[in-house]
Design a protein around this ligand. Structure first.
Ligand code: HEC
Length: 136
């Protein structure tokens, strides 16, 4: 599918560039979200991203800096990007954290499992919303 057709299909699905509906009834926990963001077994977001507020020693430099991401994007925009960033940019190297279809070479024990749970995604969003710019 071309990018344009893809965007059109997304728009027709009512998807746009947001997922407004939270994935769980339980509100996100920003403290847990911070842990998931830094955890190498979980989000490992710093593999690619950097974050001024983080004391994580090794940070990535191949993805946008996130220090003010809570100001730049709404929770619905954050949710879509974490769930499956390829819905915005099909070429994106950012892994889809909550998608079970269209995955290749998945080990059997991970089949039909998402990288993060719905609650973990909501926790991450709560944490990212606190990132309102450096020096706070
Ligand atoms: C393998 C590299 C990689 C990892 C790991 C990764 N990302 Fe990304 N991310 C990217 C890239 C590259 C982009 C730029 C958009 C694109 O791909 O077109 C991006 C974009 C984003 C954006 C939008 C940024 C903006 O300025 O609009 C957010 C928010 C985001 N990532 C959050 C996360 C979070 C949270 C995690 C961890 C759960 C994560 N990313 C893990 C590579 C990564």
């Amino acid at each position: 599918m071309t990018f344009l057709a893809f965007m059109l299909a997304s728009a027709l699905n009512g998807l746009g560039d947001v997922i407004d509906q939270p994935l769980t009834d339980q509100p996100g926990d920003k403290v847990a979200g911070k842990r998931i963001f830094h955890d190498r077994e979980k989000g490992h977001c710093l593999l690619c991203h950097s974050l001024e507020q983080s004391d994580g020693l090794f940070q990535g430099n191949i993805a946008p800096e996130l220090s003010d991401i809570g100001r730049r994007l709404t929770s619905g925009q954050l949710r879509l990007r974490i769930v499956d960033n390829t819905r915005i940019n099909p070429q994106s190297i950012m892994p889809p954290y909550f998608r079970t279809e269209r995955l290749v070479q998945v080990a059997r024990q991970f089949e039909a499992k998402t990288v993060l749970s719905a609650q973990e995604i909501e926790d991450l969003i709560s944490y990212l919303e606190t990132l309102q710019g450096p020096s706070q």
